[in-house]
Design a protein around this ligand. Structure first.
Ligand code: UD1
Ligand code: CA
Length: 447
């Protein structure tokens, strides 16, 4: 069965109290919309239509950054979820497979749940995803009669008896696309909210003799985000889940509750992550690495056996080969650190290549930026960069070359050479003591 995703994200999200459209608020470094798209991607959809309204341009940009083939359908007035789905009709013209409606603010639907829905579609015309709500609140209620889902009633329109039902509507619906649009054509807005409810299609379909059923999932999957508090709760739930997955995959987390993953963090087996480590997007860590406490990593790759931190910062483009050491208060950006090299203390290495087994002394800085352009530093294998060396890029230090501590290196250093780029030291015999005596005498006179 071919499928098309229709992801609703036109709502303003008033309770977020934000200039940013609700579906662009982030969980684990990715917009909620992208989480919903990722969930739906498990179905290998032929089409993905995102219904956007508030902040449509920004929503389109985020959707296309994740999936360049995603199509945006504009809903300029938010007249209800049924009206929102209807906006996807043109984008799906000629498509006769299944449409699955997802909400952009409900980011955690699992691939297994979506697979269960597609399976249920083999026996029923419409499949709705429901859940037993601990507190059913204002959710739409699923009214089941015998073995059929008979209708969905919105809280505002429900009778007291219907409000007692705890089986609630998640919003996720699967049906043949053409049937879905036909049913929506019959939906009116004569209800307590004056909106075109998508949920009305169930009652209409049943009256037309079609079948409908409910697939149930855990409430945590259908968690919707409507406020900043709910956003942080969703983040906490997401982090708890991915920490547990990392541990099952053989990653040691000394204090899991203090480690924060991004939506795409990949960590190999037998890697150790110490407390208070934060991963931004785009990080891959191979097996058997150690990320020590209080490190921040983003857009980087750490190979097998490398040790990073404590207190290290790896920025986008940091590429660590095997058995590399990056120590405390070291920042690495857009730089390759080759096998066995060490950058152990208080350094900035940007736009550079550090050769295999090279040793970068404490306080070394690649001066990569002249205020207008970025320049590259190349350090050869087995080079020894003395402490507090300023490498003024573009510059190359050859294999097995050495720089004297405190040097400002502005010219290339040939392989095997020692470069001294600092003033020669001059000792004045006894001058310190004479100076102390003079100053002591001045102080005694009260001057
Ligand atoms: C909806 C369901 C309700 C369900 C609940 C689950 C309807 C009528 N009600 O209610 O049964 O229990 O979700 O969370 O469907 N949207 C648009 N355009 C619109 C209106 C909404 O794109 O014109 C989008 C919103 O951005 C959001 C989603 O649809 O992503 C849900 O809309 P919302 O207004 O939050 O629906 P609820 O009232 O919560
Ligand atoms: Ca809602």
């Amino acid at each position: 069965m071919t499928t098309a995703l229709i992801i609703l994200g036109a709502g303003m999200g008033t309770r977020m109290n934000s200039d940013l459209p609700k579906v662009l608020h982030q969980i684990a470094g990715a917009p909620m919309l992208v989480h919903a798209m990722k969930a739906g991607a498990a179905l290998n959809p032929e089409h993905t239509v995102v219904v956007a309204g508030h902040g449509a341009a920004a929503v389109e940009k985020a959707a296309k950054a994740y999936d360049p083939d995603a199509v945006i359908a504009l809903q300029s007035e938010q007249l209800g979820t049924g009206h929102a789905v209807a906006q996807a009709r043109d984008a799906l013209a000629g498509f006769d497979g299944d449409a699955i409606v997802l909400y952009g603010d409900t980011p955690f639907i699992s691939p297994e749940t979506l697979a269960a829905m597609t399976a249920a579609r083999l026996t029923h015309d419409i499949v709705v995803l429901g859940f037993e709500a601990a507190d059913p609140g204002r959710y739409g209620r699923l009214i089941v009669k015998e073995d059929q889902l008979d209708k969905i009633v919105e809280f505002r329109d429900a009778t007291d008896d219907e409000r007692k039902v705890t089986l609630c509507n998640s919003g996720v619906i699967a049906a043949n696309a053409n049937m879905l649009f036909d049913l929506i054509d019959a939906v009116g807005n004569d209800n307590a909210s004056g909106e075109y409810y998508l949920t009305d299609i169930i009652g209409i379909a049943r009256r037309r003799g079609s079948s409908a059923t409910v697939v149930r999932c855990d409430e945590s999957e259908t968690l919707g985000v409507n406020s900043r508090r709910e956003l942080s709760r969703a983040e906490a739930l997401y982090q708890a889940r991915v920490r547990a997955i990392a541990q099952e995959d053989g990653v040691t987390l000394t204090a899991p509750e203090t480690v924060f993953f991004a939506h795409d963090t990949v960590i190999g087996r037998d890697t150790i992550i110490e407390p208070n480590v934060v991963f931004g997007p785009g990080v891959t860590i191979e097996s058997g690495a150690t990320i020590r406490a209080f490190s921040h990593l983003e857009g980087c790759h750490v190979s097998r056996g490398s040790v990073v931190g404590p207190y290290a910062r790896l920025r986008p483009g940091a590429e660590l080969s095997e058995n590399v050491k990056v120590g405390n208060f070291v920042e690495i950006k857009n730089a390759e650190i080759l096998e066995g090299a060490k950058v152990n203390h208080l350094s900035y290495i940007g736009d550079a290549t550090v050769g295999a087994r090279a040793n970068i002394g404490a306080g070394t800085i690649t001066c990569n930026y002249d205020g207008f352009f970025k320049h590259k530093t190349t350090i050869g294998p087995d080079a020894f960069i003395g402490s507090n060396t300023m490498l003024v890029a573009p510059v190359t230090v050859g294999a097995e070359a050495m720089t004297a501590s405190g040097s400002v290196i502005t010219r290339d250093v040939p392989a095997g050479d020692l470069a001294l780029g600092r003033a020669r030291q001059d000792n004045k015999p006894g001058l310190a003591v004479r100076l102390f005596d003079k100053l002591r005498a001045l102080k005694a006179k009260g001057k």
